[in-house]
Design a protein around this ligand. Structure first.
Ligand code: G1P
Length: 294
């Protein structure tokens, strides 16, 4: 038995404009773009649910109401489908329990740290998770479930990490690794947001999953602007190192960067190839396409 407070709440920052995917994202949120037949946000919510999260908190912005509709009952659709004898189970994952889903708005795009801080009143004094939906983490158990398991061991704060080529680190938050607890769990002694490759403390980047203590909200309160002129979550976390345990979990699974077009296509292909109902057909198509381009 552990006396640690369980991780019951997760924050999903979804206020970004998604300009990299224009014109697709002119009228629909980037998080609603589908990988095969599930919107990107659904993968993150399913991952959170699998890890035991009960309350989903979305930090949204203008033009994001499709996300709220997605996690609501589509009354007319369900009535019509029922009348036609269609199976409604496909909608199951879009159902969140009454009251277990909250939306707060980030009015201005002031950075990830600011977006998280917008959820402070709903978080209260509980530890919580953060999932960046652009990062599609694919594995069994899911990335957050693996982190919750590590949290049960070491408590405190955790980030998920993975290794990238050194020249790529400047797009990410980077950890300074300390002592190894196990093959997949390392202490964190420092954090830097978007360092130049030459200044980076390692090539281990934060891959968009966090378990944090509520004190981070108070740290964010007076956080100065950092990389890109934005209030950075990484900077606030860095200030907590030394006052609370801080660890990094190396995810055993695959990560797709769905914030980039190529990563989005890669995720679509990889997940389609794995599907029982589609895999063989998509493989044959992919092989035909590759044959054509050579
Ligand atoms: C954010 C975080 C960064 C992290 C990255 C993962 O950056 O600030 O630390 O490594 O997500 O995708 P952004 O992609 O918002 O610039």
């Amino acid at each position: 038995m552990t006396s640690r407070k369980p991780i019951r709440k997760a924050v999903f920052p979804v206020a970004g404009l998604g300009t990299r995917f224009l014109p697709a994202t002119k009228a629909i949120p980037k998080e609603m773009l589908p990988i095969v037949d599930r919107p990107l946000i659904q993968y993150a919510v399913d991952e959170a649910r699998e890890a035991g999260i009960e309350q989903m908190i979305f930090v949204t912005g203008r033009g994001k109401s499709a996300i709220e509709d997605h996690f609501d009952i589509a009354y007319e659709l369900e009535v019509t489908m029922t009348q036609r004898g269609k199976d409604l189970s496909v909608l199951g994952p879009t159902r969140l329990m009454p009251g277990n889903c909250a939306y707060v708005r980030q009015q201005e795009p002031l950075g990830l740290g600011h977006a998280i801080w917008c959820a402070r009143d709903i978080i209260g004094d509980e530890p919580f998770a953060i999932l960046l939906p652009d990062e599609l983490m694919h594995g069994r158990p899911g990335c957050l479930a693996q982190m919750v398991e590590a949290y049960d061991q070491v408590g405190g704060n955790l980030v998920s990490v993975l290794e990238v080529p050194r020249e790529d680190v400047s797009s990410y938050g980077v950890i300074a690794p300390g002592a190894e607890v196990s093959a997949s769990l390392t202490e964190v002694t420092g954090l830097v947001e978007k360092p130049a490759a030459a200044d980076a403390p390692s090539n281990k980047i934060i891959s968009g999953r966090y378990i944090l203590q509520s004190e981070v909200m108070r740290t964010l309160e007076d956080q100065e602007k950092g990389a890109g002129g934005e209030i950075q979550l990484t900077d606030a976390m860095a200030r907590m190192i030394g006052t609370q345990p801080f660890h990094a979990v190396t995810f055993a699974g695959r990560r797709f960067d769905c914030g980039s077009k190529a990563g989005f296509v890669e995720a679509t292909l990889a997940l389609a190839l794995e599907r029982e109902d589609l895999g063989a057909e998509v493989r044959a198509m992919a092989e035909r396409e590759l044959g054509r381009s050579t």
